[in-house]
Design a binder for this molecule. Structure first.
Ligand code: SRM
Ligand code: SF4
Length: 564
């Protein structure tokens, strides 16, 4: 809640004075400098980009640290759905203007790293020409909407595309700043983008107190980690096969700071069920309550999860009901969750085509010597004109593959030595955030360390005959939680240089936050810790129990004693 005595965070004045997110972006863009000023960097987030520098290349000079600046651009890609030609545009841009890699994200988007300031406008224009955008991929607004994966092309899941597009468009900033700054007149005309100078009917001039995330799924399918979103919709299907309503969730979010107990990860609360036609009124009601009551004095307390934690879910529910003019049905029973695997080859529901769930470790798509992953994916996707869906687990599902194409793709992948399968069970659902060298907030390695850790963990699982029950492992380079470590069975979170905090006890279906087991484990001691933990799990006498359920059932203090 905003207390009047406390001054507003300085970002609030920046947003208010930005003239609809314009600020000095256009002026600074025209200057022959290699980077933007700090104020402009904050506004650029609303346009879908972060200023970064390669932290491996920082140099100490007598005048301070010399940095090699560039921008990271993030797409607004609801549900991670791309056509073959749209995928090819991201791929081309990564080579032409980026650092040569595509990075699939935990919110079904794509990031390009390493784009120089002088190239950013061309890059954004090319993205928009492909009917894509970067608008509001970052910033204090509704971000990329995630949506359940649909490898089989099922009709019930397919309806979610319309829902996430609707939500994404409804909450897109209305300001003409994006078109005005990045697209020239001809492109605006081609895209039928009107520069409107409209005020923001939902956000107002100071937008939201903080980032806001939405996920959409079918009740029962939690492949997108619904509970970690600020707002989530789990659709139910009526007798006619159409969506007839939604279970509505609010108040999930994962960011925390070490040693600051007022910050914490939190899973969303179930507010209740509403009929299908109430989708937009309810979504808008939730966003507006956060807009008006979220804490604008402290960005570490500004997410919706803190508002709901502080004021209580009953207060929040009735506030939303009165704004939306809709009552939640709190009696309707939520079905059990499960997380279906999409990896590997699967026959699609039409009985004619195939989907290939292509495992990409940490979502990094790059050509390495002897392993031309980026070129191979581009070639296959464009040759067979395949639609793709990026998954919330940083993988890529290739869709609509005919029998002939399947055989040809298998041959071509074998020829190139590319393995589309996950190498072993622990890899199936493992995630890591980018961390070093691009992320300015990283304390430790993450994406670059995961390939060292996973084989060690798999070896222990194999030795103990537990590989078939491999837990969900997620790693991040700081406590912000970008690879969702706290809702995993094992969360490994950057603590100090070369050391990690270890969380255990999340459930495989992502409905629970894990507990802190050890606040400071050196990287080289992680495998040993897990060897001991996996042995305890193995000898616990409950062969059906998952690692997450085991470490949740046994109190942390007991686990700590057993490990000591
Ligand atoms: Fe994130 C900030 C990367 C998903 C919580 N996140 C960042 C930045 C932009 C660092 C920065 O602010 O300078 C990272 C850029 C690193 C780089 O070099 O690329 C970054 N976040 C990512 C991605 C790329 C991780 C990945 O491995 O895929 C994900 C991009 C998603 C997208 O396409 O939109 C990403 N970030 C998440 C998630 C997971 C999710 O949403 O499912 C979370 C936890 C859920 C949540 O929001 O609570 C997450 N990111 C954060 C936070 C902490 C927010 C908080 O409430 O405290 C920050 C820092 C901040 O906002 O101050 C952050
Ligand atoms: Fe950067 Fe931390 Fe997010 Fe990793 S979790 S990408 S280190 S902000």
């Amino acid at each position: 809640m905003t207390t009047p005595e406390k001054p507003l965070d300085k970002n609030e004045a920046l947003k208010a004075a930005s003239d609809g997110l314009r600020g000095n972006i256009a002026q600074e863009l025209a200057e022959p400098t290699d980077h933007f000023t700090a104020e402009t960097v904050n506004l650029l987030k609303f346009h879908g980009m972060y200023q970064q520098d390669d932290r491996d290349k920082r140099q100490k000079t007598p005048d301070g640290i010399k940095k090699e600046y560039s921008l990271m651009l993030r797409g607004r890609i609801p549900g991670g759905r791309l056509t073959a030609s749209q995928y090819a545009v991201w791929d081309d841009l990564a080579s032409q203007y980026g650092s040569g890699s595509l990075r699939l994200t935990t919110r079904q988007s794509v990031q390009l790293h390493g784009v120089l300031k002088k190239n950013v406008k061309q890059t954004i224009r090319a993205i928009n020409k492909a009917l894509l955008s970067t608008i509001a991929a970052c910033g204090d607004v509704v971000r990329n909407v995630t949506e359940a994966h649909n490898p089989l092309g099922r009709d019930d899941l397919a309806q979610l595309a319309e829902v996430s597009d609707l939500l994404s468009d409804h909450f897109k900033p209305r300001s003409g700043a994006y078109a005005e700054i990045w697209l020239d007149d001809q492109l605006q005309h081609e895209l039928q983008e009107e520069i409107t100078d409209q005020s923001e009917p939902i956000y107002g001039e100071t937008y939201l107190p903080r980032k806001f995330k939405i996920g959409v799924t079918l009740a029962g399918d939690n492949g997108i980690d619904l509970y970690t979103n600020d707002m989530g919709f789990a659709a139910t299907i009526g007798e006619n096969g159409k969506i007839d309503g939604y279970f509505v969730f609010a108040g999930g979010g994962l960011g925390m700071s070490h040693n600051r107990p007022t910050t914490f990860p939190r899973v969303a609360d179930l507010l209740g069920w509403v009929p299908a036609e109430a989708l937009i009124p309810i979504a808008e009601g939730i966003v507006i309550v956060q807009r008006d009551h979220g804490d604008r004095t402290n960005r570490k307390h500004a997410r919706l999860k803190y508002l709901i934690h502080d004021r209580g879910v009953d207060w929040f529910r009735s506030e939303v009901e009165s704004r939306a003019g809709v009552q939640f049905d709190v009696e309707k029973k939520l079905p059990e969750w499960n997380t279906p695997s999409y990896l590997g080859w699967q026959r699609q529901a039409n009985g004619k085509t195939w989907a290939l769930g292509f495992h990409t470790l940490s979502g990094r798509i790059i050509d390495r010597p002897g392993y031309p992953l980026k070129s191979a994916l581009r070639e296959i996707i464009t040759t067979y004109d395949l639609n793709v869906q990026i998954t919330a687990d940083q993988d890529l599902i290739l869709l609509g593959i005919t029998d002939e194409a399947k055989a040809a793709i298998e041959n071509r992948l074998a020829e190139l030595g590319i393995n589309p399968e996950s190498p072993a069970t622990i890899y199936d659902r493992a995630l890591a955030c980018p961390a070093l060298p691009t992320c300015g907030l990283a304390i430790t390695e993450s994406e670059r360390y995961l390939p060292n850790l996973l084989p060690e963990l798999q070896k222990i699982l194999d030795e103990l005959n537990l590989a078939h029950k491999a837990p969900v492992v997620r790693m991040t380079g700081c406590p912000n939680g970008c690879a969702r470590p706290y809702s995993a069975e094992i969360g490994i979170v950057g603590r100090t240089l070369g050391a990690y905090a270890v969380f255990v006890g999340g459930d495989p279906e992502g409905t629970r936050i894990g507990d802190l087991l050890n606040d400071n484990v050196k990287a080289e001691e992680l495998a040993d810790l897990f060897r001991k933990l996996f042995r305890l799990w193995k000898t616990s006498g409950r062969p059906e129990e998952s690692f997450g359920d085991f470490t949740h059932r046994v109190p942390v203090s007991e686990l700590q004693r057993a490990l000591a």
